[in-house]
Design a protein around this ligand. Structure first.
Ligand code: 13P
Ligand code: SF4
Length: 325
């Protein structure tokens, strides 16, 4: 079947099933073009919680589809590629310790406030009794269920500031936590997880890109290292970058996030120029979803994402607190 035929079939199946297709900003270009809504993690969670439909086809990675299932239990949520995961989300467990060096042979540590390799979220909570836990949406449902509130890259500072007390535990992304630390007086107690796509970018990459494109503004995602964020012109989520590029008088930008965002940036700003900060900022899990897998997901309704009810209810409280902000 040609791509055009596939798109027609998908649209017809979508109508029959009363389905909507949500796609993260890192999805393949053709999947983004097919989607009813494309956005960052916060926008997609909000959309999933309010949209009127029977089926949500979530083109993203598993924690995103899980969040949609947590927020909308009456809808069928399908993840077209069951194996599309987020390695960072798997770096923290509620009660089973993991050693990141076993998963990532090139694992390279950075100094953070707390360094809990091989620990669990429960260990961390026991060490800091009463300190509220903020979990990035890039976590499994049971980690969300064990947290006080969720955050995304778009609202982490607001979420941290909303909590009582002078200390906050932030899991699992050390870079996002350090970014929050830069922007709050509270003490952030960080987990040592990271996104391999963003964490691979070093200061030298940012300096080289700025030299190659002297007129361009550098936008960086807070999942990047602090050494990169420090020299960025703007630090924000993927949708924050879309807004910044649109509203800025500048005509040229270096994009410090997964390359999938380039599609919308170029489509929405045809007169502006965008350069990737590094061409290898590619998330293999985000690229697993294809038109073919969306078609199969809709025709066979798979893979349905379900969360055990006790975990769902507690995870929903953490997500709802974030959405209420
Ligand atoms: P945002 O789109 O929320 O900025 O998230 C980036 C990300 O890495 C999601 O996996
Ligand atoms: Fe996870 Fe990073 Fe991929 Fe986002 S880009 S899904 S944080 S591995």
């Amino acid at each position: 079947m040609s791509d055009l035929d596939l798109v027609q079939e998908i649209l017809e199946l979508k109508r029959q099933r009363r389905a909507v297709i949500l796609a993260h900003n890192y999805q393949r270009d053709e999947v983004q073009d097919l989607a009813d809504f494309t956005g960052d993690s916060l926008e997609l969670s909000r959309t999933a919680s309010v949209i009127d439909c029977d089926v949500i086809v979530f083109c993203g990675v598993n924690f995103m589809a899980e969040s949609a299932a947590i927020l909308s239990p009456a809808k069928t949520v399908v993840l077209p590629e069951a194996g599309a995961c987020c390695p960072m989300a798997d770096m923290i467990q509620v009660s089973t310790p993991r050693k990141m060096k076993d998963f990532f042979p090139g694992y390279d540590t950075q100094p953070v406030l707390v360094f809990p390799i091989g620990f669990t979220l429960n260990d961390m909570k026991a060490r800091h009794p009463g300190v509220p836990v903020v979990s990035y949406v890039n976590t499994t449902a049971d980690v969300k269920a064990a947290s006080d509130i969720c955050c995304t890259s778009a609202n982490v500072i607001k979420v941290v500031e909303s909590l009582p007390g002078d200390e906050v535990i932030c899991v699992p992304d050390r870079n996002l936590a350090m970014w929050a630390q830069r922007n709050t007086k509270k003490k952030i107690i960080a987990w040592d997880g990271f996104c391999h796509v963003h964490d691979r970018v070093k200061k030298e990459d940012a300096i080289r890109a700025k030299k190659e494109h002297p007129g361009a503004l550098l936008m960086a995602h807070p999942e990047c290292r602090m050494e990169v964020l420090e020299i960025a012109d703007h630090v924000t989520s993927t949708s924050g970058m879309l807004k910044f590029a649109k509203n800025s008088p500048a005509g040229e930008f270096i994009v410090g996030t997964e390359v999938g965002l380039m599609h919308r940036l170029r489509k929405e700003n045809p007169e502006k120029v965008f350069h990737p900060l590094r061409k290898d900022m590619v998330c293999p899990n985000m690229k697993k979803t294809t038109l073919k897998s969306v078609y199969t997901a809709l025709s066979e309704l798979r893979t349905v994402v379900q969360v055990p009810e006790d975990i769902r209810l507690r995870a929903k409280e953490a997500l709802d607190r974030m959405l209420a902000l």
